[in-house]
Structures are given as C-alpha cells and as structure tokens.
Design a protein around this ligand. Structure first.
Ligand code: ATP
Ligand code: MG
Length: 568
C-alpha cells in the first residue's frame, strides 16, 4: 500500500477523553474514531488489525473442531424471555420494538439463540458432541463504557457453545476450548494468566478467565508464584488472618463518636487499630435488605455476598434513606446489635473479641462487642476481598495481587439453558436426557486494546507480527531523489511479491515525520533507503531493536521476509 493513498489520519495531540495508553494510541495512530460513548468506527489500519485478531481466533476454533456460523445481532425477545434474561440483563440490554410493536433486543450474548438453534435442527443423539461458534458484534449498554475498545457498548466477541451428552463430554469439550484459548492468546503475543472465576449463584460447575495483567485492568486477580494458584478476586478464597484482640470479659459500652463516619475517623478519634472495628454495610439484594460485616481493615466482596444471599438480579449498596430507616441513624453508624435484617458476617469477624461497631444511633458506637453475647450473625462465611498479605488458600505461601484485563472466559454451563429452554435428546435406550452445555467467549476488540497495553513504548505501538496491520514499511529518505525512490519501490515490490504486507511511504514528507509515523503505527520491520542507496546499501530495523543496521538491499529484504515468516 502506498501511504500517499492510505486513509490513516494520525493525530499529533492526544484527545483529552482518552485515559489509557491503548485508547490514546489507537486514536493517534488513526486506527479508530469515536462515534458515541463506547461506540467506534474502525479505520483501515484498525480493520486490518481486527481481521488479524479475528483470524487467529477463527483458525484455532476451526482447528479445535468448532464450527462457525453467524447469527443476527437483532434478536426477537422470546428466547430471552423464556430463559429469564430479558429481565436479568436489566438496563444493560438494548431493547427496541419493531413497527408491529414486537419486542426485540440487540444481542448481548447468544446462549439462548444457540440453544434454540440446536433444539430446532438437531434431532439425534448421534449428532452430539458439537461445538458451534461465531465472531459477531455484541451490544451491551454498559454503565461505564470507557477506555476505548476495552469496555465498549458495541464490541466484537467470539462466542462458542458446546453441546454434549453428559458431564464427561462437557469436560472434554471444555478442555479443547481451554487449549485453543492458550494457542490463541499466545499467537496474539499476549502474556496472560488463567484464573478461576466465579460461576455465579445460578449454577454452572466451573469457569476460568484468561487475564492479561495490566494496571488498567478492571478485574482483581490473586495468584501464587509458589504453587500456580490463580483466581479472580470474586472467587479467590480467603484464609482468615487473626489480629491481636482486646482480651477480657468486658461489658459492652455505648460511646459517643461525634462526626466519625469512617474507619479512619474512628481510628484517630478512639486510638484503636482498624482491625479492632467491624464495619457493617447495608445492601439491597433484589428487593430485600441485608447487612454485611467485615473487619475494619477489610473490604466486602460483593460477588461472594451476592452468591451467598442467593440474589438473582442486583446487589447494591442501600440508598441513604433506606439505611436511615433500617438503622435509625445517619449513614456511618450501622451495627449488628439489635438490627432486624439478616447479618452476614465474614469469618474473620467471628475471631474478634471486644470489638467496636456502629450503635445504630447517629454519632454513637458500641465498644467491647462480642458475638454470641451481644448479637448473633445470621450467617458466618467468607465474604471479604483477598489482599496483599493474604496467604494462598492452596499452599499457604504469600498471595500476590494484580489487576487484569479479562480477554476470555470459558464456562461450564451444565444444564442451565438446556433445561430452561427444553434441549433434550433421546439416548440409545429411548430415554429422555438433557444436553450439557458450555460457553466460551473471547473479547476480540478488547484483545486489540490489551495487545497495545502490553506492546508499546514512548514512540507508539509495537505490533507483534501476527496481528500487525502491515508487516513491513519501506521509507525513501528523500522523495526528490529519483534513485532512492526507484530503489525503495523495487524493495516494496519485492517484499509484496514474497507475500509480505508492506507499506511504501511515498509521501512528500520529511524523513523525521515518516520515521515517527512508522513507529507510531507499530510496523514490525522498517527498511530505509537513504544516501548510500547508490552503493546498494539500506538500513534495516525491527521495531523492537535499539538501532538500525546497514546492509545490502537484498540482505535486508531477506532478513525482513525471514523475520516476518518466523513470527506471523
Ligand atoms: P466484564 O466482566 O468485563 O464486563 P463479562 O464477564 O460480562 O465481562 P462475558 O459475558 O464473559 O463478559 O463476555 C465474554 C468476553 O467478552 C469477555 O471475556 C470480554 O473479553 C468481552 N467483553 C465483555 N464485555 C465487553 C465490553 N463491554 N467491551 C468489550 N469487550 C467485552
Ligand atoms: Mg466474563
């Protein structure tokens, strides 16, 4: 491609709204443009990048025996109503009506539709096992679309669904997808970690996420270098850590704590340690209220709490008004003593003695509170967030934590959807059985963001060859020098003839501008034709190399072809 003709509107200035590197670089390098919050157009370089990523996914899915099909994004409501998710998705589902007032949605994920397709068209147990997939645009009206392609409202997902006769079959299909995912993310050049993930209160027998560690990741992951344990915070099991307690049989006492709303306020006011307090937080779980208690230096893990409470739709902090009504006090003074909603206490709270809690009275706390004597939690369980300083639940060594970008998710669904929608089969004895399912997602466009988060430097993107929009670029230093232009063009033609996707920077720009752009758009190999062109010498540089090397033209072409073929 001649760059004089390429639609590649690079930007010198970073748009203010772009907070993270991948978003900034994709805008600056002219890969994407924003249409609305979480909605983007893909420009030519962006489309080439997208197709590369899609094709890696497609090749490995096909190699794993999955079959590609393509469903529409505009979907009738019925299947989602039958599964209950028409309501469960809540405001994140884009809903609309057709001219006859029938309900439709823009598909957020397709479990129901794939299940329906199999119900309609698979008639014998002999057709199982079967894994189907598509690479398709999904729609979710996310509460916080942000970070460019990382969390869009329109995004490309690869979603696959496996259909098996029994659990053992599901285990095999799941393993095949697990292996394919490892190949896929390796081919994309991503450094990833596989973590145990939460499967939700609604069942499913296991689930894992493929995480790319990154400070901009929205998921917390806990991992252990000693034994290889890794889990999403949502799932990571916490081992209780005891802290020094205030000993003795001390009477519970109400104490004034004016204007002390937070643990920090209380610590300085009462001179106690954060771990001598227990926080009580009121949540709304579907349409009932519950209280969650964790030690003062800990945080509530809302996913664990949600699963424990058996909450189906939403678990959220109770509104201020509700807190006032339930506790009879301003927010910040809730406590378990005398509270008449269910109290879920973390296991560590059960180890505490003579601790401090809110008194359900504005500006008041109780001290010397003891479980059993002063109140009884409804449930004691692990409901806290794992932290640095925790120990590995598997081997006891120190846990490390990091932020991660979820690029893929594999999930043993079991019979959740097949039961809800009636996907049965007659086994060889003529007995009716339920099909066992798995589902497997990859955020294709999120992978694009994750790749750039991991592969960049101060000058721009560093595309791995496997996903680079163009693999090589040939730059004549001075367009006015006919000899340089001719040599550069010959190198360009030679690379193209050998199947290398090559850019030819024939623009009438200064050499510095051309070099900057080549770095910004992350082309893996650069060949510069300059002054020594008369002697047949050019400069060869890989994007990751410190400096360019001078060599004969033919050698440079050969190096480029070899390097690209070895890494594509
Ligand atoms: P998240 O927790 O990040 O919202 P999710 O668990 O809801 O994601 P899944 O339903 O598991 O997402 O979807 C499969 C994959 O699709 C995810 O692993 C992720 O890579 C991608 N994905 C999900 N939501 C978005 C989004 N809003 N924008 C881009 N990619 C997304
Ligand atoms: Mg997920």
């Amino acid at each position: 491609m001649r760059m004089s003709k390429l639609f590649m509107p690079t930007l010198r200035e970073v748009p203010a709204e772009a907070e993270i590197t991948s978003h900034k670089l994709m805008l600056r390098a002219g890969l994407i443009r924003k249409l609305a919050a979480g909605i983007y157009s893909y420009l030519p370089l962006g489309v080439r990048f997208l197709k590369k990523v899609e094709n890696i996914v497609r090749e490995e899915m096909d190699a794993a025996g999955a079959q590609e099909l393509l469903m529409s994004a505009l979907l009738p409501a019925e299947a989602y109503q039958a599964s209950g998710r028409w309501e469960v998705f809540g405001p994140s589902m884009f809903k609309l009506k057709d001219r006859s007032n029938r309900d439709f949605c823009l598909g957020p994920t397709h479990e129901e539709l794939f299940t329906q397709a199999v119900i309609n068209d698979v008639h014998s147990y002999k057709e199982y096992p079967m894994t189907l997939y598509q690479i398709q645009t999904k729609y979710r009206d996310e509460g916080r679309p942000r970070f460019g392609l990382m969390r869009g409202r329109e995004f490309v997902m690869k979603d696959a669904y496996s259909f098996d006769l029994d659990e053992a079959g599901l285990d095999k299909s799941y393993k095949a997808m697990y292996d394919a995912y490892c190949k896929i993310f390796n081919r994309m050049g991503l450094d990833f970690t596989i973590v145990d993930a939460d499967s939700g209160a609604m069942g499913g027998s296991g689930s894992q996420e493929f995480m790319v560690k990154s400070p901009v990741g929205e998921d917390g992951i806990a991992y252990c270098d000693a034994c290889g344990y890794a889990a999403n915070y949502e799932k990571a099991e916490c081992i209780s850590q005891d802290k020094p307690q205030i000993k003795g049989d001390l009477p519970m006492e109400k104490i004034p704590t004016p204007n002390a709303h937070t643990i920090e306020d209380l610590v300085s006011f009462l001179g106690a340690e954060p771990y001598n307090f227990a926080k009580t937080i009121i949540y709304k779980a579907d349409d009932k209220y519950v209280a969650a208690m964790v030690r003062g230096d800990r945080e509530v893990n809302e996913v664990k709490l949600k699963n424990l409470v058996g909450c189906v739709d939403d678990l959220e902090l109770a509104a201020f008004d509700a807190v006032r009504e339930i506790t009879g006090a301003q927010v910040g003074f809730a406590g378990p003593v005398g509270l008449d909603i269910p109290v879920y206490a973390d296991k560590e709270v059960a180890l505490m003695e003579n601790f401090i809690v809110g008194a359900n009275e504005t500006d008041m706390h109780y001290k010397n509170v003891n479980i059993g004597r002063d109140f009884e939690p409804t449930v004691v369980a692990d409901i806290r967030v794992i932290e640095d300083g925790d120990v590995c639940p598997r081997c006891g060594q120190p846990i490390k934590t990091a932020q991660g970008i979820e690029v893929g998710h594999i999930f043993k669904l079991g019979t959740k959807y097949s039961k809800a929608l009636g996907l049965d089969y007659l086994d060889e004895n003529g007995k009716s059985q339920t099909v066992v399912m798995g589902c497997y997602g990859i955020g294709v466009t999120r992978c694009m963001a994750a790749i750039i988060e991991q592969c960049h430097d101060d000058n721009g993107i560093i595309f791995p060859v496997s996903v680079a929009p163009y693999q090589a670029i040939v730059i004549p230093v001075n367009n006015k020098q006919e000899e340089q232009m001719r040599a550069a063009e010959e190198i360009y033609e030679s690379l193209k003839a050998q199947g290398i996707e090559t850019l030819f920077d024939d623009r009438a720009e200064r050499a510095g501008v051309k070099f900057k752009d080549a770095d910004l758009i992350g082309v893996p190999v650069r060949i510069v034709v300059g002054k020594k062109c008369g002697e047949g010498i050019v400069e060869y540089k890989e994007r990751t190399a410190e400096a360019a090397e001078e060599m004969q033209r033919d050698d440079a072409v050969m190096r480029a072809v070899e390097f690209i073929n070895a890494n594509k």
